[in-house]
Structure formats: structure tokens, C-alpha cells
Design a protein around this ligand. Structure first.
Ligand code: PMM
Length: 298
């Protein structure tokens, strides 16, 4: 991590002086929280451009739902969904990330103008992924992942969730570096909600400093996730639907930005764009105050 900003920069991507906002475009009929809305190419491109107008710094395009129990989409269909949307957005000058576990989709998306590969399996689902990203010289998001979520929240038990996630992510980072991806192009992500219960997600959010200590920029993707539903519901209540979790998502964005996250991945951009700017302003005020204090003691 760069000492200056505390959040690091990713080679091959623009540099932001605050936590970046990654807007989500799910080109899927069945995604966790916004499935079906942007399933058509033209609508998906328009949605991505709207997210940029609302303040997204980059747009994450995915064609496969990763929600628990989702069946895998076949490769041809994933390519059909994703590549034209990546091309359309990149041709408008948008910094595009492709959310995929398939090397072929990553390769074709990079050729169509994507700048970043976001793989929720951290390269584990497809043995060709790391070599493909390394050959293209692209930045890569390594998310903490314990396997496909068929049949529920599998492998979600931990003795010490922070240490285990950090150790497992560390091992994945070592593997992708050994596979030829440059260290300054690797981003890490705790994988909130993936083989994790609400209390695990909250504990990870409370300890983002431990993730940062791995030595790579951190991406936080809390948007509309189950754990926010649990927090909002309270111990006995029913969780609000995913679309009613955007204010809670923006609160997480502020907390993550305050702890030095490199980027937050969100469905509703406007509130998060405000949140990261407020976090930046507070950070700036602290820096000014720190400089004054140092001057006063001289
Ligand atoms: N979560 C989802 C999809 N892609 N990518 C990263 N890097 N980290 C995540 O936690 C993550 C992701 C699932 O959420 P969605 O289906 O609501 O987009």
C-alpha cells in the first residue's frame, strides 16, 4: 500500500485520491439483488452510463449470478451477455471491470476494452484464469472464496474469521503472484456473504486494517447483502428486501472509505459517491489538523 494515501493504487487503472466507487451492472436474469433489470445489452450499457453520471469511477459488468444456490450459466451465454456491454461502456470511455470466474470471458472482455478482472473465486474456479490475466498484464481482484455456494452457505464456519480470511487470501495472493500477475495489479476483497454469516461479515468490516496489512488495495462489496438485512431487521424482525438496503450500504461505504478501502462495489451509486467524498473531506481535515499540530510542536 502506498504510505501517502493509505489505500494504495492499482497499476493500470486511474488513480483516485479517495475511495473509488465501483458501480454494478449485472447482466443476469437472476442476480442476488437486481437480477433481470439490465438483462438486455442496450439497457445494461445505459445503466452503466447512468451509474457513471451518478458518480461511479468504474463499472463492474457481470453475466453470472453468484447468489447461493444459483446454477452456473454456460460459457457461450456468459460471453453473449457480458462482452457487448463491456465493449459499449469501454467505447464511451468508462473504466470497466469484468466480474467473471471464466478465463475466456476475462480474455474477451479485456480485448473489448475492460481494464480490470474481478474474479470472486480469486482464480480458483478456472485454472486458465491466472495465466490469462498475467498474459494480458491486467489488474486482478482476488476475493476470499471457499467454493461454489450450491445448496446454501457452504463452508461458512470459522474459529477466527479475520485470521482465517487473511491467511487464505494471503495464500491466494501468493499463488496469483507465482502465476505471473504483477504485485502492483493485485486487489484483495474479503468476499462478504460468501461462505460467511452476518456476524462474520461484520467482524471483517471491523478489521479492514488486517486485510490492508496483506499489502494490497482492498475492495469492499457489501451492497445490499444479507448481513445488512439482518442488521436492519434486528434480532426478531424480517429483513427488508435487498432494494431497501441502499442507505445501509452507503453507511458501509463511509466506514470502509474511512478505514482506507481502495474501492467499494455498489448497486446504487449516488449515496455512496457522497459517502466517499465526505470520508475524503474528513481525512483531509485530519491531515490539515495533523500538520498544524506538528507545526505547533516545532
Ligand atoms: N459479490 C457479488 C458479486 N461480485 N465481486 C467482488 N469482488 N466481491 C463481492 O463480494 C462480490 C462480487 C454478489 O453480489 P451481487 O450479485 O449483488 O452483485
Amino acid at each position: 500500500m502506498s504510505k501517502k494515501s493509505g489505500r494504495g493504487q492499482v497499476a493500470g487503472l486511474p488513480a483516485w485520491d479517495r475511495c473509488a466507487v465501483m458501480g454494478v451492472v449485472n447482466v443476469t436474469p437472476d442476480s442476488f439483488s437486481d437480477g433481470g433489470h439490465w438483462f438486455d445489452t442496450t439497457a445494461a450499457i445505459k445503466h452503466g452510463l447512468d451509474l457513471v453520471a451518478e458518480g461511479a469511477d468504474l463499472v463492474d459488468v457481470g453475466g453470472e449470478s453468484t447468489r447461493p444456490g444459483a446454477t452456473r450459466v454456460d460459457e457461450a451465454e456468459e460471453l453473449r451477455r457480458v462482452v457487448p456491454v463491456v465493449r459499449g461502456l469501454a467505447s464511451e470511455g468508462v473504466t470497466v471491470s469484468v466480474d467473471t470466474m471464466r478465463a475466456s470471458v476475462a480474455e474477451r472482455s479485456l480485448a473489448a476494452g475492460a481494464a480490470l478482472v474481478n474474479d470472486v473465486s480469486g482464480g480458483l474456479a478456472d485454472p486458465d484464469m491466472v495465466p490469462a490475466v498475467a498474459a494480458a498484464g491486467a489488474p486482478f481482484v482476488v476475493m476470499h472464496w471457499r467454493g461454489f455456494l450450491e445448496g446454501g452457505n457452504v463452508r461458512g464456519s470459522y474459529e477466527d474469521v479475520v485470521s482465517e480470511v487473511v491467511d487464505e487470501l494471503h495464500a491466494r495472493v501468493e499463488a496469483v503472484l507465482a502465476g505471473g500477475i504483477a504485485a502492483d495489479r493485485v486487489v484483495v476483497d474479503p468476499g462478504l456473504g460468501f461462505s460467511k454469516e452476518a456476524e462474520h461479515d461484520l467482524t471483517l468490516l471491523a478489521h479492514l486494517d488486517r486485510l490492508s496489512a496483506i499489502g494490497h488495495p482492498v475492495l469492499v462489496a457489501a451492497s445490499r447483502k444479507r448481513f445488512l438485512g439482518r442488521v436492519l431487521a434486528g434480532p426478531e424482525g424480517a429483513p427488508p428486501p435487498a432494494r431497501e438496503r441502499d442507505a445501509a450500504t452507503a453507511a458501509v461505504s463511509a466506514l470502509a472509505a474511512h478505514q482506507g478501502a481502495w474501492a467499494v462495489r455498489v448497486h446504487e451509486v449516488r449515496a455512496t459517491a457522497d459517502a466517499v467524498r465526505v470520508a475524503r473531506a474528513v481525512e483531509g481535515a485530519r491531515t490539515v489538523e495533523g500538520a498544524r499540530t506538528a507545526e505547533g510542536t516545532r
